[in-house]
Design a protein around this ligand. Structure first.
Ligand SMILES: Cc1ncc(COP(=O)(O)O)c(C=O)c1O
Length: 311
């Protein structure tokens, strides 16, 4: 029986072009990017080409993109560094964030005794923007708002521009976990102002274990990892060259096919919904109908659940 993979929010299979680009680099480019000889400089050039490509697509500066091991690391860094380096004494977030965001907030709350407030969400996962505004209005603490662009389980999206505007109005820092939306939706960082943004290659047919953090050039934070001078002194350790090459290729493919793929995936999602409705009674689609990832379909089978409860 043919298996159909339905877990792309957890991870996507790497695209063949990504595998090919990585294999080519594995075969031909072994130089340490920090070495000044030809082999090293060739590897360095690959990393900087990837950084430039990603920065261009996001309309950011090259110096604002730092490669990391993925979404978890990027979210940890944004949340913890804003407290350690930017004088943040209050974080506003949501209970619906990914565990890596929630656990980072818990950890920094314990170690640095900061205030943490959670903005309410409705049954569809929609954030209460009025409450966010009144929280921002009411407090004089230096605040970080950390809200994911889209939830990985129910697909509900926030209005990134609206949250960004509120943060600007009340002088708060803004971090968004865009792990589920990077390369699925265009993001223009000149139009939508954020201080930190997190991305992970494996959510858009790139390799696992590589991602990036965007840090707005207006803010300065300490090195993300102490060590050598890699990532412009911000993240010590020999770079994940092959991962970065794969990440760039996945970005390239995603941007080249964004309209075509989103249309196709949305049509599959709609078809799947209609078919499920035909075959199951008591079916409920979770999340916010009008503001949902086209890549995520979350369904509750109420009758099946009930049957299970009683047997
Ligand atoms: C919304 C969201 N944030 C963060 C992560 C963590 O990313 P990574 O697996 O690259 O550490 C994930 C992946 O599961 C995710 O879906």
């Amino acid at each position: 029986m043919e298996r159909i993979y339905f877990d792309n929010a957890a991870t996507t299979p790497p695209a063949p072009e990504v595998v090919e680009a990585m294999l080519l680099a594995l075969k031909n480019d072994f130089g340490n990017p920090s070495s000044i000889h030809a082999e090293g400089r060739k590897s360095r050039a690959l990393i900087e080409k990837a950084r430039k490509f990603i920065a261009n697509k996001l309309n950011a500066s090259i110096g604002e993109i730092f490669f990391t091991s993925g979404g978890t690391e990027s979210n940890n860094l944004a949340i913890k560094h804003s407290v350690k380096n930017l004088g943040v004494t209050r974080i506003i977030s949501s209970r619906l964030e990914h565990h890596c965001g929630l656990h980072s907030i818990d950890a920094i709350q314990k170690s640095d005794n900061i205030i943490v407030e959670y903005v309410e969400n409705d049954a569809h996962g929609k954030i209460n923007l009025e409450q966010l505004e009144s929280l921002l209005k009411d407090d004089s603490n230096k605040t970080l708002v950390s809200l994911m662009h889209a939830n990985n389980e129910i697909g509900t999206m926030i209005d990134l521009d609206a949250v960004s505007a509120l943060c600007k109005q009340y002088g708060a820092y803004f971090h968004s976990d865009t792990v589920q939306t990077i390369c699925h939706y265009p993001i223009d960082l000149q139009k939508t102002k954020l201080h930190f943004l997190s991305g992970a290659g494996h959510k858009f047919h790139g390799p696992k274990g590589v991602g990036f953090i965007y840090i707005n050039s207006d803010i300065k934070v300490d090195p993300l990892i102490d060590g050598g001078s890699q990532e412009r002194n911000m993240r010590g350790g020999t770079e994940n060259l092959y991962g970065i090459v794969g990440l760039e290729k996945a970005f390239e493919l995603a941007y080249a096919h964004m309209d075509e793929w989103s249309e196709h995936i949305l049509s599959l999602k709609n078809y799947f919904k209609e078919e499920l409705k035909k075959y199951f009674d008591g079916i409920v689609f979770n999340g916010c109908e009008e503001n949902s990832l086209y890549t995520v379909l979350s369904v509750s089978f109420l009758k099946i659940q009930n049957q299970r409860c009683f047997c």
